[in-house]
Design a protein around this ligand. Structure first.
Ligand SMILES: Cc1cc2nc3c(=O)[nH]c(=O)nc-3n(C[C@H](O)[C@H](O)[C@H](O)COP(=O)(O)O)c2cc1C
Length: 314
């Protein structure tokens, strides 16, 4: 009942591994697949290798997880070799992150050039990290103008379907998504971590994270993501991945009702372990049987009376 298409690929369910979670090596992506996801979004890759921020870079709070990783990654060359040769039935999405449109274009060209050996289904461009200087919201990449420039630069260099990963921290997600769609994006991911936020160590009287601030993920951000997906669904015709706070089958169904075609799961791996993907799939199926739905596609956007394409409420 959960089988669906993810761009050109048929996948067993609409549950994906979110970027940056378990996703540094091909083996860890395969672990997520073995545990029941329909596809994986690999760790974001930059042009050059990056060490990321000084630790501690991840801390649990009373209502979610704060992280300030700062994009530690081996760089695009090594990353594409590591993730390459993907032959599994689950979809692989390559995540790229650049400082500006030019860098995004260079990254897209590298993915395009190794497309055959790679076996990836799509590219995701991340413009939404709230805690890495030079990238994402700290570089002002969330404006419609910047989104158009970045989308054009990538579409110019690669024919793979392009997903733009937006921030829930910047108002106007509907307009941002529409700018991406008009510039040729094939899908939207709503969204990334929220913030930045901070946690202070009372004994040391200092912020705990090495970078001082970090992005909030997990259940606390779910209502904001639901609203973002709802606004984006009204604003565009391209499909949406919902990301943020999805921990169980009901959360996934709620996102789909708001307008998502797929969901991606991150922090719930910390809360429920790697089996979470298969467990969410089973929980979705149970809900659908109880409520007499044969395919989850019937539920996409049902929370809307009409899809009126008016600008977002917020
Ligand atoms: C430790 C950690 C690392 C992350 N790294 C990335 C990354 O490299 N690229 C990216 O697009 N998102 C990254 N994210 C954000 C997640 O992909 C996801 O958008 C966010 O965690 C919200 O989903 P969740 O509430 O299910 O965790 C990271 C999140 C965490 C917690």
């Amino acid at each position: 009942m959960l089988e669906c298409e993810f761009f050109s690929k048929k996948i067993k369910n609409p549950i994906l591994l979110a970027s940056g979670i378990l996703g540094m090596t091909k083996a860890s992506l395969e672990t997520a697949c073995d545990n029941g996801c329909g596809g994986v979004i690999a760790k974001s890759l930059t042009l050059e290798p990056r060490k990321g921020h000084e630790g501690p870079n991840i801390i649990e709070t009373e209502c979610g997880i704060l992280n300030a990783m700062g994009y530690p990654n081996p760089g695009i060359e090594f990353g594409l070799t590591e993730f390459g040769g993907w032959k599994r039935k689950e979809a692989l999405v390559i995540s790229i992150v650049g400082k500006d449109a030019k860098e995004f274009g260079l990254l897209a060209k590298k993915v395009e050039d190794s497309k055959k050996e790679l076996g990836a289904t799509a590219i995701e461009a991340v413009i939404s990290c709230p805690h890495t200087p030079g990238y994402g919201t700290m570089a002002g990449q969330g404006t419609p103008e910047s989104i158009i420039e970045i989308t054009n630069a990538i579409k110019d260099k690669s024919k793979l379907p392009l997903i733009i990963k937006l921030s829930p921290s910047i108002p106007g997600e509907g307009k941002a998504a529409k700018a991406a769609e008009d510039a040729g994006a094939d899908g939207i991911n709503m969204g990334n971590s929220l913030g930045p936020g901070m946690k202070i160590d009372l004994a040391r009287k200092k912020p705990i994270l090495g970078f001082g601030v970090g992005g909030l993920t997990g259940p606390a951000i779910k209502p904001i993501i639901v609203r973002g997906v709802y606004d984006i669904y009204k604003s565009v015709n391209i499909p949406i991945i919902a990301t943020g706070g999805i921990t169980n089958g009901s959360d996934a169904i709620e996102m789909i009702m708001a307008g998502a075609s797929w969901v991606s799961v991150g922090s719930a791996v910390y809360y429920r372990g790697p089996k979470v993907f298969g467990d969410i799939a089973k929980e979705m199926e149970t809900w659908m049987k109880e409520n007499k739905y044969k395919k989850h596609a019937e539920l996409v956007g049902v929370a809307h009376d009409v899809r009126d394409h008016k600008s977002d409420i917020y």
